[in-house]
Design a protein. Structure first.
Length: 490
């Protein structure tokens, strides 16, 4: 037994390193010197960044390993989950670095933000590799509980406190509904292991079959809430606006990618056949994907707050990624993973620029972008490029990402979904270009430079923008990597 656990642990290095990093950061924060608080916190930040880079290296090393099931088949380590973890670690690195200079997080809470980010990352990693219902639920709860606290980091801000309460209430409700559905699934199938559950699905009929379909719908509630798809998206705009910007950027990447990963795995494992329950699940995803895109993009039109605009925009992008799930094949998974990589870089660049402007003006309305082209031309060009990419305009990588998704659904002859997705792209182009117009043609209230746009910060933002531009042209290598990231079913 001990030998088997040690063998399993040898495949679980990134997660174990994340746990060790979190524990180390907790001890460092609890014991840092109050006499030289600023220097101590710098050291903690430096160690945290180094730790995340080591975790990233461990994930990259794992990517080439053969797929395997560990810890008594409770966790799957395969190229698919590992690539999702790489995206989540990069998103965590970007958000942690942003928090260092952001004024949106109180100075004495910056270390706490980093510690909780690593904790959420651990939950996301567990969720991406979950191979039974218990592991899946533990991953969601580990990810969620710390997220509620992160939302309320601005304790003196009523908006942040309200956002945290809403997030916790919605999260508690959906977690309860999900757990209730999971308990019925276990009652019908007598096992929590995914592979064993699949073999028993075909034997069900009559009343048991109906109960199981309803139970899977309840199970979807928890996943849908985590990725903020319709109709579980209501929390997202309030949380995005109330939370500090580094937290918002973090939520846009890590929890969403973890949720998308588990949705893909569950759909591929349970519903890759033509059974009646599979038809019900895929029909549900059709409707939810179409509604998620439409609600997200239409509601984004009237937003003056850039954080709320990006929140509704992210809902629309989740809808697009869900299109890759409904095809239930490896090509769809490949398209989603490429989309996730591109979306990470676009989101980080957009939030970095928004954060520095918000720090200067104390607000995140679109007016703070007025005249940016004259004060900081490079940042204006980057932001406009990111907006074009988010809208799916060539030659940016966002166009290739959307094109890949559209290709797989058209190949499956889901023409109705393709038309809805195309119309939503046109809608999104309107509100993205409205912000771009403000950046280029808006008249600034003053010629004062933005303090946050130092040479180093502008360089980092531009480096994040490079993949947004380059992957629109040289995209084949990343698509090949995404194609290698196959799901292992056992």
């Amino acid at each position: 037994m001990l030998e088997q656990l040690l063998i399993s642990a040898s495949f679980y290095i990134p997660e174990l390193l994340s746990i060790l990093l979190m524990c180390f950061l907790l001890m460092a924060e609890a014991s840092h010197s109050m006499e030289n608080e600023h220097g101590s916190r710098d050291k903690i930040y430096g160690l945290g960044i180094i730790g995340l880079l080591v975790i990233l290296g461990a994930c990259i090393f794992n990517f080439t390993k053969a797929p395997t099931a560990v810890f008594y088949n409770a966790v799957i380590i395969d190229p698919f989950s590992t690539l999702v973890k790489i995206i989540m670690v990069l998103g965590t690195l970007g958000s942690v670095y942003l928090s260092r200079s952001s004024k949106d997080i109180y100075t004495n809470l910056k270390s706490e933000f980093m510690i909780m980010s690593v904790g959420v990352l651990i939950g996301g990693m567990l969720l991406a590799s979950a191979n039974n219902m218990l592991t899946l639920y533990l991953g969601i709860e580990t990810l969620s509980i710390l997220s509620y606290v992160m939302t309320s980091l601005k304790r003196d801000d009523a908006t942040s406190a309200e956002a945290g309460i809403k997030y916790a209430l919605y999260g508690g409700l959906t977690a309860g509904v999900m757990l209730f559905g999971m308990s019925h699934i276990y009652g019908q199938l007598g096992t929590i292991q995914f592979a064993e559950m699949v073999t028993k699905l075909s034997a069900l009929e009559g009343q048991s079959f109906v109960v199981l379909m309803i139970s899977f719908l309840m199970f979807f509630t928890g996943i849908g809430y985590k990725i903020s798809c319709f109709p579980f998206h209501m929390w997202s705009p309030d949380v995005y606006q109330g939370a500090p910007i580094p937290v918002t950027s973090f939520f846009s990447i890590v929890p969403k990618m973890a949720g998308i990963a588990v949705l893909i795995r569950v759909s591929m494992i349970f519903f890759g056949t033509g059974s009646a329950i599979a038809v019900t699940w895929i029909g549900l995803l059709h409707v939810i994907a179409a509604m998620t895109m439409t609600v997200g993009n239409v509601t984004a039109i009237g937003q003056s707050s850039v954080k709320r605009l990006l929140a509704f925009s992210s809902i629309g992008h989740v809808g697009v990624m869900m299109l890759g799930v409904v095809v239930l094949n490896e090509v769809g998974v490949q398209a989603i993973l490429f989309y996730g990589i591109v979306y990470m870089f676009m989101t980080l660049a957009a939030f970095y620029i928004t954060s520095h402007l918000s720090d200067m003006y104390g607000t995140d309305t679109q007016d703070v972008f007025k005249g940016l082209i004259y004060k900081h031309p490079l940042m204006a060009i980057v932001m406009v490029g990111v907006l074009f990419s988010l809208a799916g305009v060539p030659p940016f990588s966002g166009f290739v990402a959307k094109f890949n998704i559209f290709s797989v659904i058209i190949e499956k002859k889901y023409y109705g979904l393709a038309i809805i997705a195309a119309l939503n792209s046109v809608i999104s182009l309107y509100y993205y270009m409205r912000l771009a117009k403000t950046i280029i043609f808006g008249e600034a209230d003053s010629e004062e430079k933005v303090p946050g746009f130092t040479g180093l910060n502008q360089t980092i933002i531009f480096v994040m923008f490079v993949p947004v531009l380059v992957l629109g042209v040289f995209w084949e290598s990343i698509m090949n990597i995404s194609g290698y990231a196959k799901i292992f079913i056992r």
